[in-house]
Design a protein around this ligand. Structure first.
Ligand code: HEC
Ligand SMILES: [Cu+2]
Length: 439
């Protein structure tokens, strides 16, 4: 049997499709190591990993191959690790045979008998802790006849993380056993880091391309309702097996399970990958992006008209203003009646949902931009005090006068430890007459 040394790559990338039509002995080297890395912007975490990354690399072999796995445990590790591969038929999926103390190496040989996409994970007690710290990945066993050709293949694994510090607390966050037992994660993440698939790191495709996604859910606890907003999956290998379902909106991936998902990206734009248990997506991090480039496809999708949404705000009517001579008092009234509903009475906002107006670097750095935000609303991603928000602020230009917007912004700028300053009705009028521009 020919011997092949597998070249591993980091997620979301995968090794190239297998061209062989004969079995081989595939040698794979994994190293378990503990590394401190960012779990979100400004938040660090002590991950336990395969090859230094979460998830560990996707291993790609062919049905009938003999896999020779060398599992090395870095001398700098604090504990033993091992590996349970769901592609293995044998006790513990290889766990007992690969218990490896720091500075040692174990070698396991197994035959990949059945094709599919399988989770691998560390299975050293306490098992949930090793998984919750990031010790997992996928192993793809291609069917002997190969997989249909696609234009892009990507690799995403969801995992839940449990920290003693609340979501987005800057600094080093630490593992929390109590939260693990309650199954109440702080972060639910794709590929071990919030925003690992956002902006410059987004998955990409072109209009008309076929995409295959190897999606795993490592847990340790949560089941994933995996969905891409604005896409329908043509084919899903349900639970990573050979049953193929078609035209799927959301596929349920069990903890310790995976799916192979194929779809065509037909309409250009930015699409969000989410766990459709949607709080996890918008408030705990389980959010990624797929950016599709190409010419517009109006026959498939087009906006027919656009304009301000009449009454399209959360708060539809504001009680009539009492007669106030003091602009500051008027600003306070508007803040209390409208803004505080979301930004909170102390203007500190709510993590993951509403940015703070208190001590806001975003607000203080550009008053004109703030006027535009109150007039026209805001959506898309912004960063306030080093924390990202991706939510929707409604339009207030149709229910607040220029003077009222001036009063409320002046009130906010001179309270909540902001840097002071004044916004006049004339400033607001100018921004209003300039019309809506991208913030
Ligand atoms: C329905 C909820 C809601 C209400 C009510 C609301 N906002 Fe917002 N606001 C948001 C959200 C959400 C964002 C962030 C939007 C994003 O992520 O793109 C935001 C962003 C902002 C920002 C820029 C970010 C920052 O923190 O500096 C300012 C300034 C702001 N709002 C001011 C106001 C003012 C003033 C009012 C009252 C007139 C108000 N907002 C009412 C939800 C709200
Ligand atoms: Cu481990």
């Amino acid at each position: 049997m020919p011997v092949i040394e597998e070249t591993l790559v980091d997620a979301p990338n995968v090794p190239p499709p297998i061209q062989r039509d004969y079995p081989a002995r595939v040698v794979i080297h994994l190293e378990t190591k503990e590394v401190v890395k960012e779990i979100a912007d400004g938040v660090r975490y002590d991950f336990w990993t395969f090859n230094g990354s979460v998830p560990g690399p996707l291993m790609r072999v062919r049905e009938g191959d003999t896999v020779e796995l060398h599992l090395r445990n870095s001398p700098s590790s604090h504990m033993s690790h091992n590996i349970d591969m769901h592609a293995v038929m044998g006790p513990g999926g290889g766990a007992a045979a690969t218990v490896t103390p720091p500075g040692h190496e174990s070698v396991l040989r197994f035959k990949a008998m059945l094709p599919g996409i399988f989770i691998y994970h560390c299975a050293t007690p306490p098992v949930p802790m090793h998984i919750a710290n990031g010790m997992y990945g996928l192993i793809l066993v291609e069917p002997a006849k190969g997989l249909p050709k696609v234009d892009h293949e990507y690799y995403v694994v969801q995992g839940d993380f449990y920290t003693s510090e609340p979501y987005h607390t800057p600094g080093l966050s630490t593992f929390d056993m109590k939260k693990l037992l309650l199954e109440q994660p702080t972060y639910v993440l794709f590929n071990g880091r919030e925003d690992s698939l956002v902006g410059a790191r987004a998955l990409t495709s072109r209009a008309g391309d076929h995409v295959r996604l190897y999606f795993g859910d490592a847990g340790p606890n949560l089941v994933s309702s995996f969905h891409i907003i604005g896409q329908i999956f043509d084919d899903v290998n349900v639970e990573g097996g050979t049953l193929v379902n078609h035209n799927v909106q959301t596929t349920l991936v069990p903890a310790g399970g995976a799916a192979m998902i194929q779809f065509r990206t037909l309409v250009p734009g930015t699409y969000l990958l989410v766990d459709h248990s949607i709080t996890r997506a918008f408030m705990q991090g389980a959010l990624g992006q797929l950016i599709v480039q190409g010419p517009a496809a109006p026959e498939l999708y087009q906006q027919v008209s656009s304009g301000p949404v009449a009454g399209g705000t959360v708060i539809t009517s504001l009680p009539a203003a009492p007669v106030v001579s003091d602009d500051m008092a008027d600003g306070k009234r508007i803040f209390t009646q409208i803004c505080s509903v979301c930004h909170q009475a102390d203007a500190m906002g709510l993590p993951g949902a509403f940015p703070p107006l208190a001590m806001s670097d975003f607000l203080n750095s550009d008053h004109k931009r703030a006027i535009g935000i109150v007039l026209h609303g805001l959506s898309g991603r912004i960063t306030v005090n080093h924390t990202g928000y991706e939510s929707v602020m409604p339009v207030f230009g149709n229910q607040l006068s220029d003077a009222e917007i001036a009063h409320v912004l002046t009130y906010v700028l001179n309270n909540f430890s902001n840097q002071g300053g004044a916004v006049t009705a004339e400033d607001v009028r100018k921004v209003r007459s300039a019309g809506k521009t991208a913030p």
